[in-house]
Design a protein around this ligand. Structure first.
Ligand SMILES: C[S@@+](CC[C@H](N)C(=O)[O-])C[C@H]1O[C@@H](n2cnc3c(N)ncnc32)[C@H](O)[C@@H]1O
Length: 213
């Protein structure tokens, strides 16, 4: 969902750098052939992730929720020269497609793609991250945060997607659906957490940006 008008959205997209050919192909093919294509970050959010990554020049990025690899490749654009990106997804069915896209990428030798449950995989990652993108199942957002917070460099950034959940965090706070409930709890807990500073950007479906203190 967009929280700004269609005209402003289109104008913003038209005045934002294009994504590269591979990203455009992934976007197109995901929309044609893959279930739930709305999960893909898309042009504007992808360019925002790329820009943030360029600002940070991370040496180690962790993405939780690869889907078809679009956001991973956007985040990879800003990696430091010796930087690496690890991306995790539980969906085995997408593995051949995602591996193919990653092989086609100029960042292929800097990407590590692990298939499995992020809750099991994250504890086995023995390294520090300076940028983490949380974009998997909403009910586990806070667990992912707790699993990664001690693996962050001081001054590192965590970005969490879909934090406004199509506005339901405001319009349906008592509706009781588990995703909305989990996101409301996540937003409140991290907002009160002295380990981080946070800003909620109402971009696309809401991006929470955290700076680790
Ligand atoms: C919103 S999509 C990710 C979109 C992608 N980051 C992008 O912007 O193009 C969420 C992904 O999280 C994955 N996922 C859900 N639960 C998971 C889990 N427990 N561990 C790892 N991945 C999970 C799903 O399989 C799905 O591909």
């Amino acid at each position: 969902m967009d929280f700004i008008s269609k005209d402003i959205s289109e104008y913003s997209s038209q005045h934002t750098s294009k994504a590269g050919d591979l990203l455009e192909k992934i976007d197109r093919e995901t929309n044609l052939n893959v279930l739930r294509p709305r999960m893909l970050s898309g042009h504007m959010q992808g360019r925002i992730l790329s820009m943030i990554s360029h600002m940070i020049k991370p040496r180690a990025v962790l993405e939780i929720g690869t889907y078809t690899g679009y956001s991973a490749l956007c985040l990879a654009e800003g990696l430091a020269e010796d930087g690496r990106l690890i991306t995790l997804d539980i969906n085995e069915e997408l593995e051949p497609l995602v591996s193919k896209y990653f092989q086609e990428s100029v960042y292929s030798d800097r990407l590590e793609y692990l298939v499995g449950n992020a809750l099991d995989l994250i504890p086995s990652l023995n390294r520090k991250f300076d940028l983490v993108f949380i974009d998997a199942d909403k009910t586990n957002y806070y667990k992912y945060y707790e699993l990664v917070i001690d693996k962050m460099t001081t001054g590192g950034f965590i970005i969490a997607d879909n934090i406004l959940w199509s506005g339901k965090v405001v319009s349906k706070p008592k509706a009781g659906d588990k995703d909305t409930k989990a996101l409301i709890e996540f937003n409140q807990k991290i907002h009160e957490d002295p380990r981080v500073e946070n800003v909620l950007l109402p971009v696309r479906d809401g991006l929470m940006i955290l700076r680790v203190l």
